[in-house]
Write a protein that binds this ligand. Structure first.
Ligand code: ZN
Length: 255
């Protein structure tokens, strides 16, 4: 509405002793509630703004220096998006990296379970567990609450004489953290290996049912868990390279 289409707001201001005055040069006066309100808001904004003759510049408000720093920006982004977790991550060398990363995601509830998909706005046909098809699926149900995986835990626990006794009142993350597996040990933590193999096998079985239509079989899963632990011990540990499958599969206490 200004007669000069390319003038700045500053061109229409005059500084006086105790503030500013406006020298608008309208081609026509503001009309209607909207335009009058816009001019009023603009003047209010100018009153509250301390204009100087300096060049415009960017100021970073992350600290008092006003200077931008990648480090400070990274710290801000991390503080908003990264979950704080005081639990140390176990990095057992007997466990393959892809499995360790899977467990790391499991403990932090970062698997694409049905409840997590819904939280991210993804439409799902049902919130019922893929395996038992009875209860709502989340990470703790899959690994600790589901009756189908309960059969797997029972079978494994029987095989290793109670060494796989898992407290169902805890979360999956708490079960891992309670192992204390970050502490140095002279020999592999059998329960940790079992727990890792268990979570890995359950996830693979669940995915096979979803994406390949292969029904989850609790007893086959229990056999797979035995095999994973055996192969990690044989192939990734100097001390267990000659582990005899027939003896070990009957008596895993020998580890
Ligand atoms: Zn279930």
């Amino acid at each position: 509405m200004d007669k000069s289409g390319d003038c700045y707001v500053g061109d229409r201001l005059t500084k006086i002793m105790d503030g500013i005055t406006f020298n608008w040069d309208w081609s026509r006066n503001p009309i209607g509630t909207r335009e009058v309100q816009d001019v009023s808001d603009l003047e209010k904004m100018c009153y509250e703004t301390n204009l100087s003759n300096k060049e415009d510049q960017w100021i970073c408000t992350l600290d008092d220096t006003g200077a931008f720093s990648v480090t400070r920006m990274r710290a801000l982004i991390d503080s908003k998006y990264l979950r704080k977790d005081n639990h140390p991550t176990s990095w057992n060398k007997l466990i393959p990296s892809k499995v360790k990363i899977h467990i790391w995601r499991t403990c932090r509830d970062k698997l694409p379970t049905l409840d997590n998909l819904v939280k991210r706005g993804i439409t799902v046909d049902t919130n019922k567990c893929i395996l038992c098809k009875e209860e709502a699926e989340d990470v703790n149900h899959i690994f600790l609450g589901c009756k189908k995986t309960g059969v797997v835990r029972e079978a494994i626990n029987k095989w290793c004489n109670g060494a796989f006794d898992v407290d169902g009142s805890l979360s999956v993350g708490e079960v891992f953290y309670n192992l204390g597996s970050h502490k140095p040990k002279s020999k592999p933590d059998f329960k940790e290996l079992l727990l890792v193999a268990y979570c890995w096998t359950i996830s693979k079985g669940r995915n096979a049912e979803i994406f390949k239509g292969v029904p989850f079989n609790s007893y086959r899963a229990a056999n797979d868990i035995q095999f994973y632990v055996y192969s990690w011990l044989c192939n990734r540990s100097k001390d267990h390279g000659k582990l005899d499958w027939n003896r070990w599969s009957c008596n895993p206490d020998m580890v």
